[in-house]
Design a protein around this ligand. Sequence first.
Ligand code: FAD
Length: 471
Amino acid sequence: LARNHAAVIGGSIAGMSAARALCDTFDTVTILEQDELPDTAEARRGTPQAWHNHLLLDRGREALDALFPGYTDYCISQGGVLIDPGYDAAQFFPDGWSPRKRSDARTLFASRPKLEACIRDFVRKDSRITFIENVRGTGLMTSSSNGRVQVTGLTYRDGQAGKVRELPADFVVDATGRGSKSVSWMKDLGIEVEECNLDAQVTYTSRWYRSRADHDEWWKWLVIYPAADREAELEHQYICTIFPIEDECFIAIMGSWGLPMPQTNEEFEAAYRRARGNEFARVLDLSEPLTDMRRSKSTRNVWRRFDKIASPPARFVAVGDAVCAFNPIYGQGMTCAAANGVILRDVLCDHAPESVSLVREFYSRQAELLQAPWQLAMTRDGAFPHAAGTETYPDGLKKSLVEKYTWTGFQFINEAAFADKVVKTHYERAFNLHDTLGDFLRNPRVLFGLARYGVQKACGRGVLRGQMPAA
Ligand SMILES: Cc1cc2nc3c(=O)[nH]c(=O)nc-3n(C[C@H](O)[C@H](O)[C@H](O)COP(=O)(O)OP(=O)(O)OC[C@H]3O[C@@H](n4cnc5c(N)ncnc54)[C@H](O)[C@@H]3O)c2cc1C
């Protein structure tokens, strides 16, 4: 039975995915967005992260294809690039270059504005969904009976007139990203939301380039991992990548956990020339910069535990970064944002939209989804001496072991995956959020493969090479 009207605050990945999910249950859906949304793939104020590289994992593509059938093909037709990370990427590990090996994983590369504009094109064609732009959601309207609170709409500030208005709705979704106010909206209703967080002070510096005609490398994606030696010169401790986007362009990124990073274009250029190996600098020197360098420090891991609220208000859920935002180094945020839409669609099929059981079931499935990426994000970040937050390791042996061996272990697994097809398959499943890291590390066949590669490497038969593989 179709209901009347639902409203979503925030018109980005999570907001549009949620709006699509709501359409199967509600007659109309309104998305309120603080920005004016461009017709083409352009950066905008409300998503400053869009200047930086955004890859879309398998699971995120599957979610978007489920909500917007044909999304991946459409994005590719608009210039997106589908990459086999085993075969199309040149990766420079601390001990050498990875070989080229075909794999089953496919990762979608495009600029973040392009990925978002492609979703928006689907949404704009859906007559059930309407955008109201240039307005800021400011709060929730609620009512209560028999001690049960339910959300009945929202308030918003009109961008032009600056007036606060009301929008009644039968269901409201908060998709306002990292800066969400839902925790304080809950507080106003007497509900405390526990927060887990961890800030490893990750900084991204990015600059967009156009490839010159003589860019004839076989690789589509270049990744230079940090040197193993923590005493290595500064730029050798950066992670550097050349990230392909549409229109023969790419984003060059340097990032670090807590280290000083370039502040200007000149410093960016000086730094890339000191990066590990010659390839990063060689390609950048041959290419044409299109933008200034941009920095992002919006990388704190934060999980607001809506799933632990004992009596959540009915007719309201929060999705995407508004609930859980990650250090983006593993590229998980958009995938979770889109997958939230699939969960919402599914729970709306099984529960009455006005019921509290729907809200509980939604948060429970959302928490299940978030477990894997959260675990991955925590593995390394919590052991840095400079990391701060509720999830840091206490000082002691465990912390020193994690700090010393996690990254080395991660590199080793990455390497072993090139030597053993089963390790590769399961590693990709964990990386693409189909399995947890725990599932991966508990798999006996994976453990056997890792041990076998350890012996192989100790016998001098490791897969890494001093030279980048030929085409
Ligand atoms: C440097 C960096 C690199 C990243 N790289 C990747 C990557 O490679 N892969 C990946 O999957 N993820 C990556 N992410 C994470 C990704 O950007 C987020 O996880 C994703 O955008 C979350 O989507 P969202 O819709 O929840 O929030 P957002 O995309 O942040 O959107 C929030 C929306 O709400 C609007 N809004 C905010 N407040 C209001 C209000 N009060 N009223 C109305 N509208 C409002 C904003 O304008 C915006 O449109 C990266 C993040 C950063 C910072």
